[in-house]
Design a protein around this ligand. Structure first.
Ligand code: CA
Length: 136
């Protein structure tokens, strides 16, 4: 039986307010024989808790993109445009970029954001993605 993990994302804004979002059943390339060929595709179960809100479910099913390996499906290179790798959405990159820049460099450019809590033109100060095994 496959082990099940939950994901907790801790966030901090520029005023040092903190928030979080939590999901059940986190995995990458869930059913792939070769995760690298599958792009380490994001899989999440249900949003289970957190005042930051569910911004990440929109990104489920997308591959992890980096500036030198654009797998996001959007016309642009989201990792280059936002400033860091992530599971970007195929339409306008999506609303979460936890490796994005601290400040948007161009008009309407997203950066380090979690759109249901901190979004353009504001950016986050810090984030942590933590996973742990769900006890049986
Ligand atoms: Ca692209």
């Amino acid at each position: 039986m496959k082990r099940e993990y939950e994901l907790r994302v801790d966030l901090k804004d520029m005023s040092n307010n903190t928030s979080f979002a939590q999901y059940g059943n986190f995995s990458l390339s869930r059913n792939a024989l070769n995760p690298e060929n599958d792009g380490y595709r994001l899989y999440l179960g249900a949003f289970t808790d957190g005042e930051a809100g569910d911004a990440l479910s929109d990104h489920v099913g997308y591959m992890f993109s980096t500036y030198d390996n654009d797998q996001d499906g959007d016309v642009q290179n989201c990792a280059a445009y936002w400033g860091g790798g992530f599971w970007y959405h195929s339409q306008s990159c999506g609303g979460v970029g936890l490796n994005g820049r601290y400040k948007a460099m161009k008009l309407l450019q997203h950066a380090f954001s979690w759109f249901t809590w901190v979004d353009f033109p504001e950016t986050l100060r810090a984030s942590q993605m933590k996973m742990r095994r769900v006890p049986n």
